[in-house]
Write a protein that binds this ligand. Structure first.
Ligand code: PA5
Length: 416
């Protein structure tokens, strides 16, 4: 169960709200954005069949190695971190070859035995420099030839149909799963990109899609005015209030926050066709930790931020703060006998109240439990919100022309 509440005044006339629903419906119908249809895709069944055939247990696969970056890794990381407490991960480890940081690469290699590992190379374009460099390195490190049985049995590719990686996979007879052409990297976590690694780790990917599908259906039944109003509010005030702070109460939201930053940053920071630059700057922080760092800036700093609080009702872990009085620190005894969850959630409520008292726009997403259904719902919530903000800002939410120049300059540097 997820409850959402807007704690700020916002207005949009009926026509504006109806046009927003229509705009996203048109994106779905025209095929401009394909993520809307992922909850109903048959990819889950195809992945289940693949896993049955491959028989990962009999082969002793203990490491699921994701080689990818950006939209090809962040979503899987986010969902795994949110759900890790619910699963033994089938006794497997999840390893990411993501950043081209030599220290991280050498850390990753510790205890990584090839015969116990399944490598999933994920790249929509098929030729991202970080990802291809990692694959080259791993092939050389483990002395794997691309025309060997070892390669075919320990690798799978996830990419666009007809990408260079798709061609490579076909030639090498490596299993290949496709990302629909109209599903952008940062919107792809509910495609094979997330579903294959997450299923291998034992997560209930059907429940994940059911949660996402429930919100998507409710949205297209035009029952999600709060979501539309929130996006409208952000876009309307984007010049004076350009920063959106996601204040997530729980350490397991750290990677979700990073996913949100990428989704929001790449989708909404754009140059419009009239040449104006727009965007909503995403900031992800964690409660209660960042009450001791960012909160001061929120409360007394420039009035350029909106805030969304995320709170979990039930962490399914009752840990009590014992009734112990420490000498000279008796003033903290008011919390004795309460649970850590009670403390965390009360801190969330108190912080939210303090932000509201400053007249800052703040809203709250309250999740019942961190399970697959609720996490799927939350993913879809942020994807729809991003599309709605893009609509109201008048930008193309689904492209990212701004990242191309740096790639070009990089190439030139190595050509010199
Ligand atoms: O969202 C996006 O489109 C990007 O962040 C990509 O996911 C990222 O650049 C990786 O690209 P690719 O999946 O093509 O390797």
């Amino acid at each position: 169960m997820i409850k959402r509440e807007l704690c700020f005044e916002t207005q949009a006339d009926e026509m504006t709200i109806a046009e927003a629903y229509d705009a996203l419906f048109a994106e779905m119908e025209s095929g401009k954005a394909g993520y809307y249809l992922l909850p109903e895709s048959d990819m889950v069944s195809r992945i289940d069949a693949f896993i049955d055939t491959y028989d990962f247990d009999a082969r002793g696969i203990r490491n699921i190695v994701v080689i990818g970056i950006g939209g090809s890794s962040l979503g899987t990381r986010a969902i795994d971190t949110l759900l890790r407490h619910t699963s033994s991960r089938n006794g497997r480890r999840l390893v990411f070859f993501e950043n081209v940081d030599p220290l991280e690469i050498s850390d990753n290699l510790a205890d990584l035995r090839f015969e116990e590992s399944f490598f999933i190379m994920i790249s929509k374009s098929g030729s991202t420099i970080e990802t291809t460099s990692h694959v080259k390195f791993l092939l050389a490190h483990f002395e794997v030839s691309i025309d060997s049985e070892r390669f075919r049995e320990h690798f799978a590719f996830i990419t666009d149909a007809d990408s260079p990686l798709d061609q490579f996979g076909k030639d090498a007879e490596v299993p290949v799963f496709h990302i629909p052409h109209n599903v952008g990297g940062r919107f792809s976590v509910l495609s094979a990109v997330g579903l294959l690694p997450l299923r291998l780790l034992g997560y209930d990917t059907r429940a994940l899609l059911a949660g996402a599908g429930a919100l998507k259906n409710s949205f297209f039944e035009r029952k999600e005015d709060l979501l539309v109003l929130k996006a409208h509010h952000y876009a309307k005030h984007h010049k004076e209030v350009p920063i959106n702070v996601l204040f997530s109460y729980g350490s397991s939201f750290r990677d979700f926050n990073a996913w949100y930053v990428q989704l929001w940053g790449e989708s909404l920071g754009k140059k419009r066709s009239d040449g104006t630059h727009v965007g909503l700057t995403p900031v992800g922080i964690i409660g209660s930790i960042d009450q001791h760092s960012f909160l001061q800036l929120l409360i007394e700093g420039p009035r350029d931020k909106t805030v969304t609080m995320i709170k979990v009702d039930d962490f399914e872990k009752e840990i009590e703060i014992p009734d112990i009085s420490l000498p000279h620190i008796e003033k903290t005894d008011y919390i004795n006998g309460h649970t850590f969850q009670e403390l965390l959630n009360a801190q969330c409520d108190a912080t939210m109240e303090s932000i509201m008292q400053q007249g800052i726009s703040v809203d709250e997403i309250e999740m019942g439990r961190l399970d697959e259904y609720n996490v799927g719902y939350l993913i879809m919530y942020y994807e729809l919100l991003t599309s709605l903000c893009g609509h109201f800002l008048g930008v193309n939410t689904y492209d990212q022309p701004g990242v191309e120049l740096g790639k070009q300059i990089l190439k030139e540097k190595f050509a010199r």
